[in-house]
Design a protein around this ligand. Sequence first.
Ligand SMILES: NC(=O)c1ccc[n+]([C@@H]2O[C@H](COP(=O)([O-])OP(=O)(O)OC[C@H]3O[C@@H](n4cnc5c(N)ncnc54)[C@H](O)[C@@H]3O)[C@@H](O)[C@H]2O)c1
Length: 268
Amino acid sequence: MSIPALFEMNERVAIVTGAVGLLGVKHCEALASVGAHVVCLDVQATEAAMLAADLTARFSTRCLGIACDITQPAQVKTACAQVMREFGRVDALINNARSGYSKKELVGLEEFDVQIVRRDFIVQVEGAFNCAQQFGAQMAKQGRGSIVNICSTYGVVAPNFQIYADEPVKFASPISYSIAKSALIGLTNYLASYWGSSGVRANLLTPGGIRAESRQSQTFLDKYNARVPLGRMAQPTEMQGAIVFLCSDASSYMTGANLIVDGGWTAW
Ligand SMILES: NC(=O)c1ccc[n+]([C@@H]2O[C@H](COP(=O)([O-])OP(=O)(O)OC[C@H]3O[C@@H](n4cnc5c(N)ncnc54)[C@H](O)[C@@H]3O)[C@@H](O)[C@H]2O)c1
């Protein structure tokens, strides 16, 4: 196989959860651009349908928006049945969804509400489990597939609280997020081991902080950038190469691994 062909995903079907968020849209675009039929799963039904229509028009693949709350096993099962009716196969699953926080929820550890720990676990870990159970089982039946769980540097190392010290919200990255993200490492290793002999690979993609103008102040940026070897946050498009690599045959001998794309944040 030629090297460019390793990265092609023509006629393959890729599921992306949290598809209409900041990174989800970029993951979907990347996969459609290499020929995949992309299934955009999100609780935001209208936006998911619009994204799928846009991808279909721009990349000439057949993309589908499905309204699905991944914390509900029955909804995930229904979504999987719909994908099988429409496409008859599943080749890749990207567990990317996450829930957000209100400002008042983001308090120090001593006052932190355990309900938020449960909510993060339910959306990020149970949600990924529910999707892996349905879509992963289908890939195992087919004898091939790739699961990518989206982690975070804060699932690998703790937040550096100095960079948030001058922000209005001092605990912008809460403990519940770190707990849920690190649990995805265990889930990924388990899936890699469990389905390895069935040809289904499971890996993590660990992004560093993503630049989003609405989300970061200049003081935060200055502190963050000084702490990262490449001197800047990632652009949302800078995960796209890693997504295509992990979902395609280019990574065919890679499973149970964590691909860290963080500008060097975890290097020192
Ligand atoms: N943005 C960053 O700086 C950054 C850094 C490292 C890792 N990450 C990870 O990347 C992923 C995407 O981050 P983002 O910033 O694009 O998030 P985002 O908040 O922009 O988007 C999250 C999406 O998930 C959807 N969602 C929430 N609950 C859901 C549910 N129950 N079922 C289905 N969909 C649901 C939302 O509707 C939303 O579209 C997350 O896993 C996040 O933890 C992000």
